[in-house]
Design a protein around this ligand. Structure first.
Ligand SMILES: [Zn+2]
Length: 158
């Protein structure tokens, strides 16, 4: 099953990702586990295990997850955590697994010049936790954004 599935049965062939029902931009496919872990209790009633889930990546769009059918979707307010790249996210998380915000990373890097993600997390939280599938809205590791923040912090430090 899975990869051997007959693709002619799928409404979207090949690499095409279904568009967000609101902003009409292609999203990012995410695992059901990620969606389920992050939905607030009230929104969970609507969750469909059989649906494929996509994350809207547009910063201005109020949609979080959506399915192939545009009627099936969740808003950013249906999630337990703000999505870091969405407009007005508060706080803006750099790392969901370790509960570290963007401002914490910037401030820490500016103060210390330490620019390795793991070292920063250990210094701030004592140890590194990793639970991206359940904690990060993308279901993926935050290292790309985290490293971007490290670069920004180093620039501020000069
Ligand atoms: Zn959208």
């Amino acid at each position: 099953m899975g990869y051997n599935m007959n693709t002619s049965l799928l409404p979207n062939i090949g690499l095409a990702v279904p568009q967000c029902p609101k902003c009409k931009k292609p999203g990012l496919m995410v695992r059901n586990l990620t969606v389920k872990s992050l939905l607030i209790f009230k929104a969970k009633e609507k969750f469909e295990e059989s649906a494929a889930h996509y994350l809207c990546m547009d910063s201005d769009c109020p949609i979080s997850y959506y399915g192939i059918s545009g009627d099936y979707h969740f808003k950013i307010t249906d999630l337990k955590v703000p999505i870091w790249y969405k407009k007005n996210a508060d706080p803006i998380f750099a790392c969901y697994c370790n509960n570290i915000t963007r401002d914490e990373v910037l401030e820490f890097v500016k103060q210390t010049g330490i620019h390795e993600m793991n070292k920063i997390i250990i210094r701030l939280r004592g140890k590194v936790k990793s639970a991206c599938v359940a904690k990060n809205p993308t279901g993926r590791c935050c290292n790309e954004y985290f490293n971007e923040l490290i670069d920004q912090g180093m620039k501020i430090r000069g």
